[in-house]
Write a protein that binds this ligand. Sequence first.
Ligand code: ATP
Ligand code: MG
Ligand code: MG
Ligand code: MG
Length: 502
Amino acid sequence: KYLSSKVARQRFLDYFINENNYNFIRSSPVVPFYDDTVPFVNAGMNQFKGIFLGTQEARFEKVVNTQKCIRVGGKHNDLDDVGLDGYHHTFFEMLGNWSFGQCSKKESCSLAWKLLTDGFKINKNALYVTYFGGDEAMELEPDLECKDVWQSLGVPEDRILPFGMKENFWEMGASGPCGPCTEIHFDHRGLVNRKEFVNKGLHELIELWNIVFIEYNRDSEGKISSLPHKHVDTGMGFERLVAILQGKVSNYETDVFKTLFTGIQKISGKVPAYKNLYGEKDWDQLNTSYRILSDHARMITACLADGVIPEQNAKLRKIMRRSFAISENMFKKEQGLLKELSNYVIESLGTVYPEMQNNFIQIHQIIDFEEDIYKSLRRNAASDWLKISKDYPALANLDVIEMPGLVHAFKEITNSNLTEITPEFGCKLFDTYGLDEPCIKKLSVGLELEFDEVRFRNEFDAVKRRSKLTSVTDGNLIDFKQMGKSTDDRYKYMYGKVDGKY
Ligand code: ATP
Ligand code: MG
Ligand code: MG
Ligand code: MG
């Protein structure tokens, strides 16, 4: 029997609110309040960080919510997977429940297990669970209590598997609350024939629900210490749950994404092969573009609805420009596709997250504005580059449309009499002008500059590692205090005035 995503979300909430006395707390915005350890809210627990650390009092002992999450940057960054598998998105909803100040492993595991197997009637034989197997270096013991809990709930021993720090010790960022966790995984092999998994991107076992026992804090030096109280923090991927409930292996085949696919098709006239999802065709460029664009439209709409603006947030701007490029190159839409898609996103999520409905004019305005900037950037870059390549014919083959930053990079190099693109300067070209390695290489050849790719790559990796450790925020946190709470206030903050129309 078909269960819509809307009903599934509501059932999750009802189960905790009506049957188990949990209190509903609404989703926080997608950027954190006053927390520069993460670039975006990456889990439901972010807004409760203060409670875990003991600096803030819990309003309720037990709460449930559906949180708008974004995993682009910082410790949890899934951007490179988006479009290439069926279950990692830049923006997704995390269904979660919390129990503050106490830690009954039995209760939290059994609540989750009952909801999945009784409430949603998910086949027990398709579920696996994992628990924390300990870590010698960190001097952390295996969580055998958790293992026992699963056994007592009737999970067969061979489906209770221990894993180490990477899989089963959850951390919010490079610092912050953390602890051992136990995860529920779903085995899709029962759903479809095994041979259908041979294509890239389909995975047999997909993590569905993570139950974290928050007991520690990791400080900015990386040291772990015990928290004053223990807490339960859970998070389930909403789109993954819906895929299971609707009998699909890929989240993109559920009603969550289908409306967006329909929208892209209606607007662009390009027909996807998604009916043939497991065929070779599914991973062709057009279908991958369908997935990426529908994913990005959700992320962009969510950001803009919450007052994140591309001018201040390089990650958002990059994802917007990538979406404009896909609209032009793959869907042959010069203008307006992303804006039109934001309406489909608002249509499907606007009742759950009213800020999307309330701020739709602002969302449209900023998309239009950014699209214009993108276009003029491309136009100017193309004509500038034509002039430049008259003097430097070897540079003519560089794609300035893909990388409009080339023009500025060229100017900076020719103005400064360099003889070499050092690894450090190469990193700057990447960071500031968005040039990738092959592009830097071609530029160095065209300008007859030295460029050592191996040294560049080493430096690049080191920089990436460092930025991961310090979890960069681009310095683009929104000061909500200054911005104010109402849409009027935010609008004023962003544009300097309240502009009548919305
Ligand atoms: P995975 O191992 O699949 O990357 P994770 O361990 O990074 O997931 P958690 O941090 O445990 O994820 O988050 C809790 C739940 O949120 C996951 O069990 C999963 O269902 C969901 N989830 C995590 N990342 C994504 C994403 N990028 N897109 C959609 N759902 C996600
Ligand atoms: Mg992950
Ligand atoms: Mg995982
Ligand atoms: Mg996990």
